[in-house]
Write a protein that binds this ligand. Structure first.
Ligand code: HEM
Ligand code: SF4
Ligand code: SF4
Length: 531
């Protein structure tokens, strides 16, 4: 059941995200930047909030007037800030909901990722508490309604000895101290929210907490435009003697409030409890089947730190050497954090399929899918290739190519393949061309795999693809599991290019300076790359 909902939702996201990829480019696609945008809107709320506090009177008698002063007399700066504060808060809710649904639809919440998922739950409570206490501070008719319904809801819980709702019904009994408590909460809760947001991303490496500058600028401009077009306003001074009727609700923060009238307080709490219980249990419904974590082989580890740099899940630490080899540090895997993506295998300088040792060993390897097996699978898949030109596909199991073509070598992530594997395939003439096929560019299942693969192939990140490898014989195709047509088109185009290039004629181990074979028009490796 959960699986079916996830697949349906994934289709929904694909329908929106792939056109966005084309419209904005994968790097600027806002749907792939939801967490970062959440942080960005938080900072807008924080800065505008601090600005508003300069003008806001924290006493209950003058609070409303000070907000009116901000909105009307000083609309051109403080009023705009008020609108920015309101709309950026609303957008935080939008980001939170869509981000949560997206992480769910991409199956990013089970296994090791339970931590980010569960720490997302207090974020929901804290964000809503921040927003609800914010509405309270305006001390208008909406604030009265919010105060009344919130206290009725709280009164239902057996926490407070004396019902607090009564405070809002009888004018005389409301103390300004209670209002001051709300002011304090509206400052303290967001600070705590920020702390939990930081905890939320602790277990992922290089989290995207800042959207790309162009996207941030576009979002800010849009918010400023809306703030001028439809400024945030109050709804008339509170009148505690009269019940607040017909107030305009903020549907982002208060969607459950009207339900209290229809269903009653118990039902609203039951709904919340059921939601959080179910969402809290989801990472184990059912649990993700995990391959065994990566293991370090000290004999082949020189402590270069590349694996620790590249691991997307903070699963590798460099620690003091425990053997007698003359290096200061060694890699150490935390099995509880490792998702067996193999990215570290692809980053290790020892991961070379050219090695002639009896059994291919490397510094860090996956026990369930070692480098030795990867090389064997590559050789076997290459031997089985029948069509000419022979094109070998190294495919991420989460992307669009896996399972589409015969002879595909599946990997947990494209970045598991060390660049030397591509060199190996072409220079040993196992195939005329190599396709590295991953997820959609803005939606890498293992977060950083596509980035690392691209940088390694471009010679910008160790271990880089050697210059002798003819780039024309390598293609990268980034398509999601649902973009089979695009994969087929790009694959067919690459096939025609390789057919035009002809076979790889000479092994790279041939003497330097040997000429290409001009007779059959095929290019040598030296000629194809010009080095
Ligand atoms: C305003 C609220 C939130 C903010 C600002 C936020 C921010 C972020 C950021 C920046 C990341 C890292 C993204 C990356 O670099 O790959 C992230 C990851 C994640 N978030 Fe949130 N988040 C919020 C709420 C939530 C909620 C409510 C949930 C779910 C209950 C959630 C679930 C996750 C998960 C599962 C990941 C891990 C993804 C992965 O391992 O690839 N987040 N979040
Ligand atoms: S397999 Fe992936 S998660 Fe595990 S240590 Fe290597 S890079 Fe990190
Ligand atoms: S990449 Fe390889 S050699 Fe470098 S620290 Fe990691 S295991 Fe050791």
């Amino acid at each position: 059941m959960i699986g079916a909902i996830r697949i349906l939702l994934r289709h929904g996201f694909e329908l929106i995200e792939r056109p966005f990829d084309r419209l904005f480019g994968p790097a600027l696609n806002p749907v792939a930047q939801l967490g970062a945008l959440g942080f960005f809107f938080f900072w807008i709320v924080a800065v505008s909030g601090i600005y508003l506090f300069i003008f806001f009177d924290t006493g209950i008698e003058r609070a409303y007037e000070s907000v009116e002063y901000i909105t009307k007399d000083h609309w051109y700066h403080a009023g705009v800030m008020r609108s920015l504060h309101r709309y950026a808060s609303d957008l935080m809710v939008v980001m939170l909901v869509v981000h949560m649904l997206r992480e769910f639809s991409y199956d990013h919440y089970r296994g090791v990722r339970w931590f980010s998922w569960l720490t997302g739950l207090p974020i929901i409570w804290l964000l809503y508490t921040s927003g609800i206490t914010g509405y309270w501070l305006v001390w208008d008719r909406l604030a009265h309604y919010v105060a009344l319904v919130t206290s009725e809801l709280l009164d239902w819980l057996p926490i407070f000895g004396e019902p607090i709702a009564r405070n809002f019904i009888a004018t005389g009994t409301l103390t300004s101290r209670f209002f001051t408590l709300m002011v304090f909460m509206h400052v303290a809760v967001p600070l705590f929210l920020l702390f939990i947001m930081w905890v939320h991303i602790l277990r992922i490496s290089r989290p995207k907490v800042n959207p790309p500058r162009a996207l941030a600028l576009m979002s800010l401009m849009a918010l400023i435009a809306v703030s001028f077009w439809k400024p945030a306003v109050s709804q008339g001074h509170v009148d505690l003697a009269r019940a607040p009727v017909e107030v305009g609700l903020d549907w982002f923060y208060l969607p459950l409030y009207p339900l209290t009238d229809f269903w009653g307080r118990g039902a609203v709490w039951a709904l919340l409890a059921a939601f959080f219980l179910m969402v809290g249990l989801m990472p184990w419904l059912p649990p993700l089947r995990r391959a065994r974590p990566a293991e370090v082989d000290l004999v082949h580890c020189n402590g270069c730190t590349r694996c620790a740099e590249d691991c997307p899940y903070e699963a590798i630490r460099m620690v003091r050497r425990t053997d007698t080899l003359p290096f200061p540090t060694q890699a150490q895997v935390n099995p509880a954090l490792c998702v067996s993506c193999g990215i570290c295998v692809g980053s290790c300088p020892s991961s070379s399929p050219f090695r002639r040792t009896e059994e291919l060993r490397t510094g860090i390897d996956l026990p369930d899918y070692p480098l030795r097996e990867l090389r064997e699978r590559v050789v076997a898949a290459a031997e089985a290739l029948q069509d000419s030109p022979r094109i070998l596909v190294l495919a991420c199991e989460h992307g669009g190519a896996a399972g589409r073509l015969s002879g595909v070598v599946r990997l947990p992530c494209v970045a598991m393949a060390p660049p030397s594997l591509i060199d190996f395939i072409i220079s040993r003439r196992h195939a005329e061309g190599v396709v590295v096929a991953g997820c959609a560019e803005s939606a890498c299942y293992h977060r950083l795999g596509i980035n690392w693969a691209k940088q390694r192939f471009a010679g910008q990140r160790d271990p880089y693809l050697r210059a002798r490898v003819p780039r024309g014989r390598l293609a990268t195709i980034w398509t999601s599991a649902l973009e089979s047509r695009r994969f087929d088109q790009e694959f067919a185009a690459f096939r025609s290019r390789i057919a035009a290039l002809g076979p790889v004629k000479r092994d790279t181990h041939a003497p330097a300076g040997a000429a290409a074979n001009p007779a059959d028009g095929s290019a040598s490796i030296k000629e194809e790359i010009g080095s």
